[in-house]
Design a protein around this ligand. Structure first.
Ligand SMILES: Cc1cc2nc3c(=O)[nH]c(=O)nc-3n(C[C@H](O)[C@H](O)[C@H](O)COP(=O)(O)OP(=O)(O)OC[C@H]3O[C@@H](n4cnc5c(N)ncnc54)[C@H](O)[C@@H]3O)c2cc1C
Length: 258
C-alpha cells in the first residue's frame, strides 16, 4: 500500500529545488548482471522523470532511524503504465545498493525529481558517452533519443563480461560501442577507459562528450578529451560517486581536492 504523502523533509527538499516530491511504489526489481540491478517504480512518472539525462533522488535507509538520498538516472519511462526504470550499480556496499537489492514489489519510495542539468546536445553530429556501469542507464536513454542520422559512441568500463548489457536504438542512428573489462584494476584507475579512447579516431565533424562515473576518472577523461582537441564547451561531465568515499546524505559525491 503506497502512503500518499512523502516525508516532510522530501517535500521541503522538492520545494527548495522547485521540483516534485511523490511516493512511488516499487513494481519489480531484477538483477540484470552481477553489477547492475533494475528497479521499476510506479507513480507520476511523467512529472518526476524529465528529459533523457535526468535523474531522480531516492530516499533510502542508512540505518535503523536514518535516511540518505541517492540520485539515479532515469533509464526508461513507460507513460502508458505510469512507470519508470532505474539501473542501479551493486558491486559495492552502500545504502543505495542495499536498497535496490532488498526492495520488494509494493514498497513505498520517496522520490524527488526531475533533477539533472545535462541533456543531449541537439546540435551535435555525434555523441560520445564514457564512464562506468553506474552511467549505463543514463547513456542508453540519452542515446535512444538521438535522431537519425546522429551517431553514438560508447566507451564503458565493466567489471565482468555479463555487465555488457545492450539496448535497441533507432534505425538510422550509427552506434559504436566498446566495453572495456576492468580486469582487476582499481575503480579509480582511468587506464582502461583511456585505452578505449586511444583506440578511437574521433569523427571530424562536431561532437559532444558526456562523462559520468567515478570522480577522479571523470577528471582525467575530461583532460584527455581536451588534449584530443574537443572544445571544453562540448564536454559535459558529472561525478556520480567517488572511490573510497560515501556520497553525502544529499546524494552528491565529495568533490574536495584532498
Ligand atoms: C546525478 C547523478 C546520477 C546518478 N545516476 C546513477 C545511476 O543511474 N546508477 C547508479 O548506479 N548510480 C548513479 N549515481 C550514483 C548513486 O547516486 C550513488 O551514489 C551510488 O549508487 C552509490 O550509493 P550507495 O549508497 O550505494 O554507496 P555510497 O554510500 O555512496 O558509497 C559506499 C562505498 O561504495 C563505493 N561506491 C559507490 N558507488 C560505487 C560504484 N558505482 N562502484 C564501485 N564502488 C562504489 C564508495 O566509494 C564508497 O566507498 C548517480 C549519482 C549522481 C550524482
Amino acid at each position: 500500500m503506497v502512503t500518499p504523502t512523502p516525508h516532510h523533509s522530501t517535500t521541503e527538499l522538492a520545494e527548495r529545488l522547485g521540483v516534485n516530491a511523490r511516493v512511488c511504489a516499487v513494481v519489480a526489481t531484477t538483477p540484470l548482471s552481477p553489477s547492475i540491478h533494475e528497479v521499476v517504480l510506479r507513480g507520476d512518472a511523467s512529472l518526476l522523470t524529465g528529459p533523457p539525462g535526468s535523474d531522480v533522488m531516492v530516499r533510502v535507509s542508512s540505518g535503523p532511524e536514518s535516511f540518505v538520498r541517492r540520485r539515479y538516472s532515469v533509464r526508461a519511462v513507460d507513460s502508458d503504465h505510469d512507470q519508470f526504470t532505474l539501473w542501479v550499480s551493486t558491486e559495492h556496499d552502500g545504502p543505495g545498493s542495499r536498497w535496490v537489492q532488498h526492495a520488494a514489489p509494493g514498497d513505498p519510495v520517496d522520490i524527488v525529481g526531475p533533477r539533472g542539468k545535462i541533456p543531449l546536445d541537439p546540435a551535435a553530429d555525434w555523441h560520445l558517452f564514457m564512464g562506468d556501469v553506474s552511467a549505463l542507464g543514463a547513456f542508453y536513454r540519452m542515446a535512444q533519443s538521438i535522431e537519425a542520422p546522429g551517431r553514438a559512441i560508447f566507451i564503458v568500463e565493466i567489471d565482468s563480461d555479463e555487465d555488457a548489457l545492450t539496448a535497441g536504438f533507432d534505425e538510422g542512428v550509427g552506434i559504436t560501442g566498446i566495453f572495456v573489462n576492468r580486469q582487476g584494476r582499481a575503480r579509480n584507475d582511468p587506464a582502461g577507459l583511456l585505452s578505449g579512447l586511444a583506440a578511437f579516431a574521433l569523427p571530424p565533424d562536431e561532437g559532444h562528450a558526456y562523462l559520468f562515473g567515478e570522480f577522479s576518472i571523470i577528471r582525467v577523461l575530461r583532460s584527455a578529451l581536451v588534449d584530443r582537441g574537443i572544445a571544453e564547451a562540448r564536454i559535459s561531465n558529472k561525478a556520480f560517486w567517488r572511490m573510497g568515499r560515501d556520497n553525502a546524505a544529499h546524494g552528491e559525491p565529495d568533490k574536495s581536492d584532498n
